[in-house]
Design a protein around this ligand. Structure first.
Ligand code: NI
Length: 138
């Protein structure tokens, strides 16, 4: 386990009050855990800018009745098979499908895949949820 260091932070009372309200809403038990999460969140964001390997999930909602769309989405995923860990397809109703594609790779490749999938006609919603391999975090 890493060494734990205590440090002091000076900030405006109004800002601290707002922070305390926020962490209460988010159910943090103390400021330290909330600050740890803020730091981790920012480190993960930076991994997506200049990191070597990231992990995440692409979520798509689409109409499978749209001509050729399912084939196009499948072809794209085959082109990127090296960075796709798994995918799950859920039939939401008669025409709507939800697909969750779990990815791991270089940030530019993962973003590229997400954009290629999202930009197809017939994709009603597409989102990239950024996460981390966890290797660089404590
Ligand atoms: Ni389906």
């Amino acid at each position: 386990m890493s060494e734990v260091v205590r440090f002091g932070v000076s900030l405006e009372k109004e800002l601290l009050d707002k922070f305390d309200r926020l962490i209460k809403e988010k159910k943090y038990s103390n400021r330290s855990e909330a600050i740890r999460d803020l730091i981790r969140e920012n480190l993960v964001k930076r991994e997506w800018v200049d990191g070597k390997e990231v992990a995440g999930a692409i979520t798509l909602v689409f109409d499978h009745h749209k001509r050729d769309l399912v084939n196009i989405l499948t072809d794209i995923q085959h082109d990127f098979y090296r960075i796709i860990i798994s995918s799950q397809h859920i039939h939401l109703d008669h025409s709507n499908c939800l697909e969750i594609i779990v990815v791991r790779g270089k940030p530019t490749e993962v973003r590229g895949l997400a954009n290629k999938l999202k930009s197809n006609r017939g994709v009603k919603y597409g989102a990239l949820s950024i996460a981390t391999t966890g290797k660089e975090l404590v």
